[in-house]
Design a binder for this molecule. Sequence first.
Ligand SMILES: [Zn+2]
Length: 463
Amino acid sequence: MSRLPAILCLGAFLVAAQVQAQPPVERLAQGVRFRTISYQEPGRVEHAEFRRFHAFLRASYPRVFDSLSVETVNDYSLLLHWPGSDSRLAPILFTAHIDVVPIEPGTEADWPHPPFAGVIADGRIHGRGTLDDKQGVLGLLEAAESLLAEGYAPRRGIVLAFGHDEEIGGDAGAAALAARMRERGWQFHWMVDEGGMIVTDNPLLPGRPVAMINVAEKGYVTLTLVATGEGGHSSRPPRISTIGRLAAALEKIESNPFPPELPGPVAAMLTGLAPHLEQPQRFIFDNLWLTGSLVAGQMSQDRLTNSFVRTTTALTMFNAGVKENVVPQRAEAKVNFRLLPGTTPEQVVQRITRLVDDPQVQVIASEWDNIPPVADHEAEGFAVIAAAATAVYPDVVVVPSLLTATTDTRHYIDLAQNQYRFHGMRISASQASSVHGTGEYIDIDSYLGSIEVARHMLREGSR
Ligand SMILES: [Zn+2]
């Protein structure tokens, strides 16, 4: 072996050692070790872990917890208020969540490092929550702590709100935080939640990082379909069973998807990308008035981009029968829809009822949450977030976009007219699939960058 690789190895080791010594990186690794898991079954939640996590935050960010007014809401959520010097100015709100999703049983061994070990290796911090969303919580606290250390005093007030059950709907966390804010009479200038990021390999613009500041998110509606009819012994079956009836209804639903369309935030994203593209793509995205339906049709062909241009239909549950020789009198299925901006839950119920068109199949809508309105990408909040991203990553292309998942944002609809979703981390599309999946990690550089972005947002937003 030549000496050169040995020297390179030594260099890499020194760089690694230096990076690992960074306190924010160590703290995120530590934060991952608390099993603040949201389970669908409330009895399984380890509440002591949430309390220990709070204690860890208090110990790690002493300036924040000493100088800001801190309130624990519903035992496990946190509300921090950093008053501004000018009380006439509406404050700004930054949200993130403390809880994480569980590890799918049987997949633990597929993780390169145990999901709750908080291992720092290969320039990365590994573990559940490193992307979703402990980097959000700790990143904001790192930013506030460092600004306090510099003596920064905001003119406009800042509120940080960390819910503890986002992954199961946010009813105990974000909803309670929002209720407390209403009691205080707070109305925010703008707010920013999780749900947007810098994507390094956007298929529409390869080679350039794209900051996707999400100005909207899709709506969420689940319908239950219930078929009822004659049951009995399988030796004398009815002509059409409840299972057959329900299956036919589901087939109609699946083979008649919602038509593709180009909602405002997606059109704004494509228009924002246009100047950076080659012809003819540039012309196509610059003239969506002419090409819009063609573009929507094309995007609907790909599973990844389809969710940007369609209210999606997913058959997710089917239950019927208890014994192989008994025809059930009842069969039940659930269908989950994710709604594009502009499509209402009522329209979904109407369309599906019309499609099914069978008096023996009931279409039942469960309660749905309000859907946040589309935020203005020309308003001040967007400009602050965009400036923060470009200050830290000068090569980034900033666009408004649509989040195809849901967040806690909907609990704060009445509290802020403009709601954005963005944390300043850089990730690849493939890495995004590890959110809620296996092998979640964040690059150390990406985490440090997101703290810088948070610092800019807090400071420039509150000047
Ligand atoms: Zn999340």
